[in-house]
Design a protein around this ligand. Structure first.
Ligand code: MG
Length: 265
């Protein structure tokens, strides 16, 4: 494959195998050798279960060496967008579908998480405790209180800490959009604005940037749409090469590799 000077790397399923953040074999050494070879790399994640700072610490502890500024998460974008919500003069409260770490991150940054329909915003992340009652509270917030709907991403499924393939946040966002006839604001990959902000400052043609992910659908189609080259790696929840047949030819990944470590540095 052609050598790329700039890499955008997904995290889960791409450089780590699962929610325990077990590195893909050889990925730490491969990743840390990129800088020495003059290859620029940034990490982009749709993680919705850890605070951005905590996730950064975990990856550093696993041995990946990178600067905080080279790490982009959907949660940082969600917070910024909620604070800018013009209709509400900036959201002050939010019904959160997500884990405690997400609620804590919002609280620390001035948005109060509340299990009530009297909120300014509804935020969808991975929430294994989701119930019909909570979904209905969200419907009430959107329809009766005019809360704006945000989703951290639209991923369909992922590999959890028990190595099981489980449903992700996308289908939950879709259910609420359908019930309320609204369109959720997408904060993470493959949102065009998310990708553009994560390549800011890279003074190269987009075709020189390679986006690498285990998700050939959302992540890579989105990257391709803005002109990046794409590489699908088979270390995540999608392992069947035949699924590319479900993708329009113009959005097929440029490369399909067994592991991120097969990318020349
Ligand atoms: Mg992934």
């Amino acid at each position: 494959m052609q050598k790329h000077s700039h890499l955008l790397l997904d995290i889960e399923g791409t450089i780590v195998l699962d929610k325990r953040y077990t590195p893909v074999p050889g990925s730490v050494r491969w990743f840390n050798s990129l800088a020495k070879k003059g290859v620029k790399a940034r990490l982009v994640t749709n993680n919705t279960t850890e605070s951005p700072d905590h996730l950064y610490d975990i990856l550093r502890k696993r041995g990946f060496k990178f600067a905080r500024d080279d790490f982009f998460t959907c949660l940082t974008v969600a917070l910024a967008r909620m604070k800018r919500n013009p209709a509400k003069g900036g959201a002050k409260s939010c019904l959160v579908f997500g884990k405690q770490a997400v609620k804590k991150y919002l609280r620390q940054n001035g948005i109060k998480p509340m299990d009530s329909k009297n909120v300014d915003a509804v935020l969808i992340g991975h929430d294994p405790t989701v119930t019909y009652k909570k979904l209905n509270t969200a419907v009430g917030a959107i329809i009766e209180n005019g809360a704006k709907l945000y989703t951290l991403h639209r991923n369909r499924r992922f590999v959890d800490e028990n190595r099981e393939i489980v449903m992700s946040s996308g289908p939950i966002a879709k259910a609420l959009e359908n019930a309320c006839l609204v369109r959720a604001s997408l904060c993470g990959k493959p949102d065009r604005r998310f990708y553009l902000s994560s390549i800011k400052g890279w003074d190269v043609e987009r075709s020189e940037i390679l986006m690498v992910s285990d998700d050939p659908f959302a992540d890579l189609i989105g990257a391709k749409k803005i002109g990046m080259k794409t590489c699908w790696v088979l270390t995540g929840s999608q392992k069947d090469r035949n699924v590319v047949k479900k993708i329009a030819k113009k959005y097929h990944p440029d490369y399909i590799l067994d592991s991120v470590t097969d990318i020349p540095g």
